[in-house]
Design a protein around this ligand. Structure first.
Ligand code: CO
Length: 138
């Protein structure tokens, strides 16, 4: 079951330039910076209520975020919905003929499991499903 918006991902060329807006102007709680080598991104995480904002900076020119910025510029990248059973969600989507970028969950930040739907199946809004694992609880 999908229970809430988990986070919103925003593509940025440089974390350091954008962090002050979220930390000092919007005054969201700054959780920290984390590397996700699998996705070739460095991410700055902010908490706002039960949701997070994740700034995504590419760490390699060929990475998905680098390509996104090249094509569409910086800005809104994806919306992530939290599920309590990501494998079941993927099976459900596939049963409804939804195209998945990830047919199997892969690792996100803090040991979370994530899977992206293909934008052609989600009205061009890049959509992520994620499941929090035990190690992520604060
Ligand atoms: Co995400």
């Amino acid at each position: 079951m999908i229970t809430q918006i988990d986070h919103i991902g925003i593509a940025v060329s440089g974390l350091e330039q954008q962090i002050p807006f979220y930390r000092d102007i919007l005054r969201f709680e700054f959780i920290g910076i984390e590397d996700v080598p699998e996705q070739k991104v460095r991410t700055a995480i902010f908490r706002i209520g039960e949701t997070r904002i994740e700034l995504l900076e590419p760490t390699s020119p060929g990475s998905p975020i680098a390509k996104f910025i090249e094509k569409r510029g910086e800005g809104l990248h994806h919306i992530a919905y939290r599920s309590d059973g990501i494998e079941k969600e993927i099976a459900f989507f596939k049963g409804k003929n939804i195209s998945m970028i990830d047919e199997l969950p892969r690792n996100g930040v803090h040991g979370s499991k994530i899977a992206f739907l293909h934008p052609k199946s989600s009205g061009k809004v890049l959509t992520e499903i994620c499941q929090i694992t035990g190690e992520m609880n604060e």
